[in-house]
Design a protein around this ligand. Structure first.
Ligand code: PLP
Length: 395
């Protein structure tokens, strides 16, 4: 079967009720036929039985299985949020005295774990510039255990050659983790390019309608086993209800990502030379600095684009206020188009230098392009650009 079919047809075994849509196993724990069976469930680790939904649950397992098949991975674990997935990776594979190398262009909360919490536990980090992968090798130390990237990155849409970084990691025996949240497996499969573990905030395009939080990490069986034990014991497990929602959403991931990308490319091309903007960035625009790598490792440009308003910070506020129906919120990956202005919102607590380091300029707008008609989205953006332009006497 092809991945599009697998995403739709992978399902928990049908119960005696003969349901068509997948059932939801909303239960905290599971029962046994005898005291001996119950004892064996706890003592024999090779038994594939459900004990308690912090450990495993059929709805959660269905979601994990689909993501594994879509990413080309052996096994996976699911978590309550994307950040729980990131944190579970770090907690499982790093110990006091270890070193992690990460791209500096990572999601804000990942930056917080790397810079605030890991050092507190005796784990050091180094940041490299995604646009300078040639600097990575010089940062490697004998205690470097993990290399972490997001590609495309949030919100800067920086892109790195996964195959190239994987070769460096293999040479130095370093675990290579890729946050594939912006692309999803429908667009990019990092394991095929040599990543060891791939993680997602399933909250974004995997859900696709802004309803539930979730996270997932997939990779080789022996790596996932260690993570499973971490999650099982410390408790950031995905709820069965959210897993059911996410698994149903994966049925439409491929068609949704195609349409998100079609709309995003059309809008990026239409805005590229707009007089109110300094630039437009989108992975599949030939003007993207890593366009050659984007087309090598992604099947389309995904659903997120950014642009920089010439009018800077104040222009960003005015642009958001000029929107009539497009959503102003910090989430992304929704069927509804979302605009956000990182400098005045999600990244307002960072210093100007920190914002610059991750590519967040005062006038940067991030657009998560939804599934509405692209002409409607474009008209809405163009009217907001016009209404907020410094050349408009009413702006
Ligand atoms: C690239 C990336 N990774 C991780 C996360 C964290 O995900 P969650 O909000 O589900 O914890 C986000 C959230 O925006 C993200 O954009």
């Amino acid at each position: 079967m092809r991945p599009e079919t697998i995403a739709i047809r992978t399902q928990t075994e049908r119960t005696g009720e003969k349901e068509h849509s997948t059932p939801l196993f909303l239960t905290s724990s599971f029962v046994y036929d005898s005291a001996e069976d119950m004892a064996a469930a706890f003592s024999d680790e090779s038994l594939d039985v459900n004990i308690y939904s912090r450990f495993s649950n059929p709805s959660v397992d269905e979601f994990i299985k689909k993501v594994c098949l879509m990413e080309g991975a052996e096994d996976g674990i699911a978590t309550a949020t994307g950040m729980a997935a990131v944190n579970a990776c770090f907690m499982t594979f790093l110990s006091a005295g270890d070193h992690i190398i990460s791209a500096s262009a990572v999601f804000g909360s990942t930056h917080a774990i790397l810079t605030k919490y890991l050092p507190k536990w005796g784990i050091e980090y180094s940041y490299f510039d995604m646009n300078k992968p040639e600097t990575i090798e010089a940062m490697i130390k004998p205690n470097t255990k993990v290399l972490y990237v997001e590609t495309p990155s949030n919100p800067g849409l920086d892109i790195i050659d996964i195959e190239l970084v994987s070769a460096i990691c293999k040479k130095h025996n370093i675990l290579f983790i890729v946050d594939n949240c912006f692309a999803t497996p429908a667009v990019q499969r990092p394991i095929g390019f040599g990543a060891d573990l791939v993680l997602h905030s399933a909250t974004k395009f995997m859900d696709g309608q802004g309803r539930v939080l979730g996270g997932v990490v997939v990779g080789r069986k022996e790596l996932v086993r260690d993570m499973y034990l971490y999650v099982r014991n410390t408790g950031p497990s995905l709820s069965a209800f959210n897993a059911w929602v996410l698994s149903k959403s994966l049925e439409t991931l491929y068609v949704r990502m195609d349409k998100h990308a079609q709309n995003a490319l059309q809008i990026a091309m239409a805005l590229e030379h707009h007089p109110a903007l300094n630039w437009v960035k989108y992975p599949f625009l030939p003007s993207h600095p890593r366009y050659d790598i984007a087309v090598k490792q992604m099947s389309n440009g995904g659903g997120v684009l950014t642009f920089e308003l010439k009018a800077g910070l104040e222009g960003g506020r005015k642009f958001l206020n000029a929107l009539k129906w497009l959503s102003m919120t910090n989430n992304l990956g929704d069927s509804r188009t979302i605009a956000s202005h990182p400098a005045s919102t999600t990244h307002s607590k960072l210093s100007e230098a920190e914002r610059q380091a991750v590519g967040i300029t005062p006038g940067l707008i991030r657009l998560s392009v939804g599934l509405e008609h692209p002409d409607d989205i474009l008209e809405e953006i163009l009217q907001a650009l016009g209404a907020s332009s410094p050349l408009n006497p009413n702006a």
